[in-house]
Design a protein around this ligand. Structure first.
Ligand SMILES: Cc1cc2nc3c(=O)[nH]c(=O)nc-3n(C[C@H](O)[C@H](O)[C@H](O)COP(=O)(O)OP(=O)(O)OC[C@H]3O[C@@H](n4cnc5c(N)ncnc54)[C@H](O)[C@@H]3O)c2cc1C
Length: 336
């Protein structure tokens, strides 16, 4: 295999990580073990190694695609470059059926698993401090934050993530932020695929509704306290994912993934019929960048094309015209 991994489009992340592990390699990619490598990569691919190594699609070096006319093409930087460009961040279901993906892998690191918890108390301060700090942390440290409510119990915030810096330096970096936490646990020396599996939910994927948005600036203190007040009822969660680092060292038009100046992603996750999901999204949207991760599609978006693709929209339409002129691959919110 060397440093290049050739992966069939049907592979899921759990088997991708475990197979790469046997070669001492890995990829920056997501946490869900059942998530497919194809959909994840074609829409971007955000994960715990991303601030160090970029999106999953940033590691892509070649793709085999069956086009609308039935022909099979191999695309890369120097072959069908516009198709290759479009498949890195806006490719899910849009231009053809991807059959094979080739990646430049990275060495599998030994990582330190980070988890800290706060219960009740001044969670506004925790959220505000996370926004100001986590997106600017060293690339080797990715810590995300979730705040969740359950009926009848105090709201809880959980910081979780991975560090490639070793236990001592990690503890030192975290110290100012976690000094108010009720608990903090660091587990050093975990091969990355093992660390990933500790964050997979053993209950599988719950039936929930989620809306999200990117933020290029911190939310105001007023927005944060409104969000937490709305969250309080129970069975609800807001989850912050740190961006920055290597994600943002790529130009917005270098690949079709346009969101290269964002500090974090915020998800609002609740019951399918809970109007809170829309209310919470609207509260945060006041401070949001108006951009949305294409892999978290949102049927409620108004101007979805610019939310997903920003300045890359017209170039994507040109690729569509070239590779799928009769619009065989058509779906709600697809490039048209
Ligand atoms: C439990 C869970 C955890 C997640 N965690 C993360 C995470 O950590 N990081 C992250 O970035 N995202 C995450 N996601 C979002 C994930 O990236 C998207 O749901 C992604 O679209 C999944 O791809 P799939 O191939 O599994 O899904 P599918 O539903 O099969 O496909 C999704 C889209 O990709 C297209 N597609 C799939 N295969 C191909 C192909 N071979 N050729 C062309 N188009 C194709 C489909 O047409 C569709 O538009 C998560 C999702 C879930 C459900």
């Amino acid at each position: 295999m060397g440093e290049v991994a050739t992966i069939g489009a049907g592979a899921r992340l759990a088997e991708v990580y475990s197979t790469l592990h046997s070669y001492g390699r890995t990829l920056p990619a997501g946490c869900g073990p059942t998530v497919g490598i194809a959909g994840l990569t074609l829409g971007g691919g955000i994960g715990l190694l991303g601030r160090r190594y970029g999106l999953t699609c940033d590691r892509l070096i070649g793709v085999q695609v069956v086009l609308a006319d039935g022909s099979v093409v191999d695309c890369a930087e120097d072959r069908e470059p516009e198709l290759f460009w479009a498949l890195r961040g806006a490719g899910g279901g849009q231009f053809g059926v991807v059959t094979v993906l080739r990646f430049a892998t990275v060495p599998e690191p030994l990582a330190t698993r980070v988890e800290a918890r706060w219960s009740g108390g001044a969670l506004e301060d925790v959220v505000s401090a996370w926004q100001a700090w986590a997106p600017d942390a060293p690339d080797e440290l990715t810590v995300n934050l979730s705040v969740a409510s359950e009926p009848g119990v105090p709201m809880e915030a959980t910081l979780f993530g991975a560090s490639l810096l070793g236990e001592g330096p990690t503890r030192e970096l975290l110290q100012p932020f976690v000094s108010s936490a009720d608990s903090i646990e660091l587990r050093a020396g975990l091969p990355f695929h093992r660390l990933k599996s500790t964050f997979a939910d053993p209950r599988g994927v719950p039936a929930v509704r989620m809306r999200s948005e990117f933020f290029s600036h911190s939310m105001s203190a007023g927005t944060v306290s409104s969000l937490l007040a709305q969250l309080a009822k129970g069975g609800r969660e807001i989850a912050f994912t740190a961006m920055g680092g290597a994600y943002n060292r790529v130009a917005e038009d270098a690949t079709a993934f346009a969101h290269r100046g964002e500090r974090f992603l915020l998800e609002h996750i609740g019951a399918v019929d809970d109007p809170w999901v829309d209310d919470s999204w609207a509260t945060a949207h006041v401070d949001g960048s108006g951009r949305v991760y294409p892999n978290f599609p949102d049927p409620a978006l108004g101007d979805w094309a610019s939310a997903y693709h920003a300045g890359n929209c017209s170039r994507l339409v040109a690729v569509k015209d070239a590779y799928d002129p009769d619009r065989l691959f058509t779906f709600f919110q697809g490039v048209s």
